[in-house]
Ligand binder design. Sequence first.
Ligand SMILES: Cc1cc2nc3c(=O)[nH]c(=O)nc-3n(C[C@H](O)[C@H](O)[C@H](O)COP(=O)(O)O)c2cc1C
Length: 323
Amino acid sequence: MSYWSEKVSIRNLCVPRFMGAPLDGITDSPFRTLIREFSTEELLYTEMRHAATVAHDNGRLKTLCFSNTEQPINFQLAANQLTFIERACEKIIAHGVASIDLNAGCPAKNVVKSGSGSALMADLPRFKTIVTTIRNCIPNHPFTVKIRAGFKTINALEVAQMLQDCGVDAIAIHPRLQTQRSEGRPNYVLAGEIKKILSIPVFISGDIIDWPTAKSVYEQTGVDGFLIGRAIWSRPWKLRELREHSLGNPFTITQSDMLTYALKHLDMMLNYYGPDGLLRFRRHLPFYLRELPRASELRNSLITNRSEQEVKQQLQNILPKLS
Ligand SMILES: Cc1cc2nc3c(=O)[nH]c(=O)nc-3n(C[C@H](O)[C@H](O)[C@H](O)COP(=O)(O)O)c2cc1C
């Protein structure tokens, strides 16, 4: 069996090496459901949700509103204090998720200001207490942590060792500093160093867009798995494409398929969010169109369309021209 056909084990969970990264506002329930049309086994991270939000959600915020089809899901929590963690973990586990992830990588100002996300990388005693608390709440469930290279300075090696010592089952690293956000080259050398010192699986996140980049990053780092972020945005077939290409199998998607899935995605968003679905879908639409002829003209006219019927009609009008 080759590295690429083997799965990776996160405690008792066995999943393919390519996984869907958390993308707030993008990898929501409808999008995860659409990904399942192509990839049934891959681990899909949810968008980050704060422990307090999950603990207090009585259904209105839909933080725990997903279907079995979406499993295996890695539910991503943010936390800055211990108060809500136990209740949040109880609720998440009761919904049958495959695993829980702690976000220690988000660079957003409001998140960092509250002391969660990547701010944890700059406060190791608090980070350790939060990790230990989650571990104790879910002693038998897979538990992963997503980190950065560091906050303002690199300390991911020390953090990774601490996480393994606390009993975390796998880590994912986006090897950039908080100050870099998504800019500059990811520090793959650092990821390789972390892989060398840990015995738990190490996943990489950052700039993996296709099979050649995944292969090259594997050769540089030796990591166990790959979180695919921006490359899955409006490409629900991306994880399948990566898996097939890594196994030496062909996989292509036609422009008319792209549009058909865009229409399907819009319907799923409308079903899930009601009329708000169209507004949320507008974040996906330009990406679905990017490879079509006259994409920018098309995008401008679709963005100004007000109603779901207008958007659907215009997309349907393009379809026959592509087939
Ligand atoms: C729109 C957007 C939303 C994101 N939301 C999250 C999030 O909720 N949790 C998280 O850990 N990372 C989040 N990230 C970071 C990604 O998971 C990933 O680590 C980063 O984009 C680098 O990987 P990529 O080059 O494959 O996109 C987000 C990134 C983007 C672009």
